[in-house]
Design a protein around this ligand. Structure first.
Ligand code: UT7
Length: 324
């Protein structure tokens, strides 16, 4: 008997304000055409003034709880993947815990930037497999609009805000790839690449929040190389191949990265959940947002094999294979 972390509820939240590419024209030297052609992004959502990462995470969590037919009291561990918490501390996760009225269990944040949700899934799976938690609420939530340099056209047009939440439950499996739930995980990081993508402020260095800095072309190059590798490695560990994949649910940073990764994996774009056109890059929120939208669209169905893959600042990257 193998304890599996099985998805039983999914939900998301997007802030009301939609910002089309055209809004950047006139403010900075860019065009809708450039943004679409280079990134696939058409619009993104920005949080309202005063709306925080934990506010959005709570909304996504409530949607996931509704979807699962559960209440907050049914959750015994809560993980928020974010690089844009409301405060330096306490964790966004404990704020979400309070916002849900949950007084039991434990809550903490995971910070692996755009790979955050993959890391958080892996963490949740480990808690479930070791018997430390029965139901884990895993959330990706970000307000990247708060760490943009609005004069840097190479970054400020790419990111957006939002939150997605997934509930994983411990269920007995057979130990084969026929089981529902997380089947395998493959994680990597390499800190020598920290200068490719970082925020130029922080508590112990500048005592300020800072803004995002990215060498886009270099990150692109690493993404195309590393994402297919980690996805293949995760599939290998699960004893599955590309033909078994029903849906790639990629980190939504750039449509060209998404399609090249799918191509390298030998998976057609008709088996890839794509939301980057509507959400932009929402960092750790992008995979759970795409999962939730994929379910709502009727793309992802129970029993489907999903590969979630992501790369971001660190560099940190990885993939998770799960059967929905
Ligand atoms: O989520 C974490 C992981 N992050 C990523 O995966 C992002 C990875 N990188 C990318 O998605 C792409 O590299 C970008 C979308 C950021 C940029 O696309 P690119 O095709 O790599 O463009 P580039 O950086 O090579 O820039 C090409 C040109 C440059 O002009 P010159 O030097 O050729 O004259 C840029 O200055 O495009 C210029 N440019 C822009 N032009 C109009 C950069 N940003 C803009 C802009 N509008 N917003």
């Amino acid at each position: 008997m193998t304890l599996r972390a099985v998805p039983i509820g999914i939900g998301h939240y997007l802030p009301e304000r939609v910002v089309p590419n055209a809004e950047f024209e006139g403010k900075i030297d860019t065009t809708d055409e450039w943004i679409r052609a280079r990134s696939g992004i058409e619009r993104r959502h920005f949080a309202a003034e005063g709306e925080t990462t934990s506010d959005m995470a709570i909304a996504a969590a409530n949607a996931a709880l509704d979807n699962a037919g559960l209440t907050a009291g049914d959750i015994d561990a809560l993980i928020v993947a974010t690089s844009t918490p409301d405060l330096t501390f306490p964790s966004a996760a404990t704020m979400v815990q309070a916002g849900l009225g949950l007084k039991t269990g434990f809550a903490f944040d995971v910070q692996a930037v755009c790979a955050g949700f993959v890391y958080a899934l892996s963490t949740a799976q480990a808690f479930i497999a070791s018997g430390q938690a029965k139901r884990v609420l895993v959330i990706g939530a970000e307000t990247f609009s708060r760490i943009m340099d609005w004069e840097d056209r190479a970054t400020c047009v790419l990111f957006g805000d939002g939150a997605g939440a997934l509930i994983l439950e411990a269920q007995d499996g057979t130990g084969t790839s026929e089981d529902r739930g997380i089947l395998s995980v493959d994680l990597h990081s390499d800190g020598q690449y920290r200068d490719l993508l970082y925020v130029d402020g922080g508590v112990s260095s500048t005592q300020s929040t800072g803004v995002l800095r990215m060498q886009g072309r270099e990150v692109f190059r690493h993404a195309v190389e590393k994402l297919a590798q980690t996805a293949h490695a995760a599939l290998d560990k699960a004893g599955l191949g590309a033909d078994d994949v029903d849906w790639i649910v990629p980190h939504q940073a750039n449509l060209r990265i998404i399609s090249r990764t799918a191509q390298k994996m030998g998976v057609g774009m008709d088996r890839v959940v794509v939301t980057v056109q509507d959400h932009g890059n929402t960092s750790a929120a992008s995979i759970p947002l795409a999962m939730s939208v994929g379910v709502a669209r009727g793309q992802i169905k129970q029993g489907d094999v999903l590969v979630a893959e992501a790369i971001g600042g660190g560099l940190a990257w990885g993939a998770v294979v799960l059967r929905w």
